[in-house]
Ligand binder design. Structure first.
Ligand code: SF4
Ligand code: SF4
Length: 302
């Protein structure tokens, strides 16, 4: 990752009034950049730390403004020639329908914190707060710490969503003191499968979870493991039983199961990212019930 991204990461979006990323009404900051490469990532546009051009031909009204603005001749009817595109985003700046959009922009922490102040009553009355999501916020510990510390100084409760691949010592020093809750994704317990479908070994992730589970017993923050369910991959009886055993070993008695959402494939098309996995269906109620049952024998709440 280029050094300037480490200090000044690109932010994909700041979504206010969110009901999806933790308790109550939340403001969620989505970071760009992730050390994992999950084949089913539901935010494929957050994988790369760099700014990207999203192209949605269905929203185009053929006004021609983008072709006139592009100095590199990269616009063809209904498409962008990505080999010629220099990603200066002049086309996106003039597109009236957001058929062309720039994804990723640096936002100074002070600017985001100033926005959060407007939502203080909503956070207070709903039990909500600030969520850092991604991508992987822990890739940017200095920047993330500024946001979290600033939020706590405003009396805002904080939550981190993470894939768990981080340097534990740095995490414990920079981020943990400012966190009220951590949603920690566990995906595949078989290391070979994890390497194949998530792009990295799972050893450090599991080790980080184990260590956090010990620290969480102090009660200073809440640790919630989450399992993104992917049909035939993470939702197999074998994988779920292995996760249940692991959580039992860690003394963790609650897990959140995230039903598979196939809409990510459309987002991948917008940024021309190849999809390795083409599972385009939702899970059935029976399948979800089977997944829940995998944890019942260990007295782990779902
Ligand atoms: S980002 Fe720049 S180079 Fe690429 S298509 Fe748009 S205007 Fe042309
Ligand atoms: S500027 Fe936007 S709406 Fe106009 S032709 Fe280009 S992509 Fe289509």
């Amino acid at each position: 990752m280029p050094a300037d991204f480490a200090a000044e990461p690109l932010i994909l979006d700041v979504k206010h009034n969110s009901l999806d990323d933790g308790p109550g009404i939340r403001s969620t900051v989505f970071f760009k950049g992730c050390p994992l490469d999950c084949a089913w990532c539901h935010n494929p546009e957050s994988k790369s730390p760099e700014a990207e051009l999203a192209v949605d031909p269905a929203a185009c009204v053929n006004c021609g403004a983008c072709a006139a603005a592009c100095p590199h001749g990269a616009i063809r009817p209904g498409a962008v020639d990505r080999d010629r595109c220099r990603r200066d985003f002049r086309c996106a700046a003039v597109c009236p329908t957001e058929a062309l959009r720039r994804l990723g922009r640096y936002r100074p922490p002070a600017e985001i914190l100033a926005e959060l102040k407007r939502y203080l009553p909503f956070f207070r009355n709903s039990g909500g707060g600030l969520t850092l999501s991604g991508g992987e916020p822990t890739l940017y510990p200095d920047y993330a710490a500024k946001l979290l510390r600033g939020a706590k100084q405003l009396g805002i409760r904080t939550l981190l969503e993470t894939g768990g691949l981080f340097d534990f010592t740095r995490f414990q020093e920079n981020l943990l003191p400012w966190l009220d809750a951590i949603y920690f994704d566990l995906k595949l317990m078989d290391d070979g499968q994890h390497r194949e479908f998530c792009g990295a070994p799972n050893g450090r992730i599991l080790d980080n979870f184990r260590r956090l589970a010990v620290v969480a017993r102090t009660g200073f923050f809440r640790l919630l493991p989450r399992v993104p369910l992917v049909p035939g991959l993470t939702d197999t009886d074998e994988n779920l039983a292995a996760i249940a055993r692991f959580l039992d070993d860690c003394g963790v008695r609650r897990v959140d199961l995230l039903p598979y959402n196939p809409t990510w494939t459309r987002k991948a098309v917008l940024i021309d990212r190849p999809t390795r996995l083409a599972i385009e269906r939702w899970q059935t109620p029976d399948e979800l019930e089977r997944c829940r049952r995998a944890f019942a024998g260990f007295a782990i709440e779902r």
